[in-house]
Design a protein around this ligand. Structure first.
Ligand code: ZN
Length: 129
């Protein structure tokens, strides 16, 4: 899924710097040994975070338009991405991970970032296992 989830895209960096800015520690980025290569992993809390690209995962809020050419290809690719993400989430949950999926668009504005930061802090404070 490398082509789908570019490493260290600017949108991901917003998430990383938000976590760092709040003094949230104990996480690693892009952990390949877990299903779906989560973007952020809190090992001791058994918490993983994925950032789903609005185009690549067919975000229902943004409804990003498909390219004019090869529409069937793109549609199929997005459907597959969603399915792969669903399977990865299910596998992780089965193994006792708490899975948080964030839409790319939620990281684009300060309010969205704050909401996500609050949610993650709450999960960590709750000592999710
Ligand atoms: Zn979106």
């Amino acid at each position: 899924m490398r082509a789908v989830k570019g490493k260290n895209t600017s949108i991901e960096r917003r998430l990383f710097s938000m976590l760092a800015g709040r003094g949230i520690s104990g996480w690693r980025r892009h952990v390949r040994e877990l299903p779906g290569n989560p973007d952020v992993v809190f090992h001791s809390n058994h918490l993983v975070i994925f950032v789903d690209g609005c185009f690549w995962h067919g975000c229902p809020t943004c409804k990003r338009k498909l390219p004019k050419t090869n529409r069937a290809y793109w549609k199929n690719k997005i459907t597959r991405n969603v399915e792969i993400a669903r399977v990865a989430s299910a596998e992780l949950k089965k193994d006792g991970w708490v899975v948080v999926r964030i839409w790319e668009h939620q990281l684009r504005d300060a309010n969205g970032l704050k909401t996500i930061g609050d949610r993650i802090e709450k999960l960590i404070d709750a000592g999710v296992i």
